[in-house]
Design a protein around this ligand. Structure first.
Ligand code: G
Ligand code: G
Ligand code: MN
Ligand code: NA
Length: 253
């Protein structure tokens, strides 16, 4: 398709951008880290929705090139900002299919090292459906990533047919509750109960829990009162162009 050819070009000309969205401790607003989210304006000047872009890439032979390009770009930018970032970490979304590709862990580690970044400050975000598709393979790769001190976040937790079993199987370093549970949070007893249970579960397992899609102060306060302290969302800060991050940190602190 035309989109693929243009994307192939974008991997060379550097026109793909990553916006950064902060994740904070909602009790004191301390910055915990950032999630990198791809943004792309095609050659005709139209913004291509990220979900469409990712779906197209995932079904194409470009997936590997795109993934290593994204790691390279985001880690390069993270390294350049390290002095201003304190202890903040970087979360990079990775398509689950990448777990099946040979050399994935080596290439990730190599890229982190090449940019002089501490692997403890890098987290890969995967959706749970990925892990369920091929649990044996996923487990091996995740263990290797853990050995190399790279974090693993389960994105959109609860969005699919969640099996809690893999929390037992996989060394997970963060769980992100799917936005759908946070959206009607203030009105929904069910969603509050679910988050409450996840808080208890994650505390006893020692896994940090993050609420995504926090859009207003009421939701934020309620999450904190239920013990969910880490949050991300438009009500805290929208994803911003990389070039704005340094200035944003200075003003936020
Ligand atoms: O930023 P936005 O909400 O439009 O993102 C839409 C979807 O695209 C989300 O599911 C998000 O996880 C995914 N996504 C955004 N950036 C990246 C990226 O760099 N790599 C991968 N694999 N997925 C991404
Ligand atoms: O699938 P994933 O969780 O990676 O998707 C992240 C997407 O969610 C990004 O496209 C980002 O732009 C979007 N996002 C971030 N904060 C909010 C929010 O508060 N509300 C909504 N609706 N989307 C958000
Ligand atoms: Mn994500
Ligand atoms: Na998510």
């Amino acid at each position: 398709s035309g989109l693929l050819e243009e994307l192939e070009e974008a991997l060379i000309d550097g026109s793909l951008q990553w916006h950064w969205q902060p994740k904070i401790d909602m009790r004191d607003s301390r910055v915990l880290g950032f999630e990198a989210l791809v943004r792309w304006r095609d050659p005709r000047g139209n913004d291509v929705p990220a979900d469409h872009l990712i779906q197209t890439v995932e079904q194409s032979p470009l997936l590997e090139d795109f993934t290593y390009h994204s790691l390279d770009r985001v880690l390069e930018q993270f390294a350049a900002l390290q002095g201003a970032l304190g202890h903040a970490t970087i979360c990079i979304n990775i398509s689950a299919r990448m777990l099946e590709r040979s050399g994935f862990v080596d290439k990730v580690t190599e890229c982190i090292a090449r940019h002089g970044v501490d692997p403890l400050r890098v987290t890969l975000e995967l959706t749970e459906t990925a892990l369920i598709a091929n649990p044996g393979q996923a487990k091996r790769v995740i263990e290797q990533l853990q050995d190399r001190q790279v974090g693993l976040s389960i994105d959109d937790f609860g969005a699919g047919f969640t099996s809690f079993g893999y929390l037992r199987e996989f060394a997970v370093s963060e769980i992100k509750i799917d936005r759908s549970y946070i959206r009607r949070f203030a009105e929904s007893r069910f969603d509050q109960s679910l988050v409450n249970s996840l808080v208890v579960l994650c505390e006893s397992l020692g896994i940090p829990l993050v609420a995504e899609g926090v859009e207003d102060a009421r939701t934020r306060d309620l999450l904190v009162s239920l013990g969910c302290h880490a949050g991300q969302g438009y009500g805290i800060c929208r994803p911003m162009p990389y070039d704005d991050v340094r200035h944003w940190i200075e003003r936020w602190n």
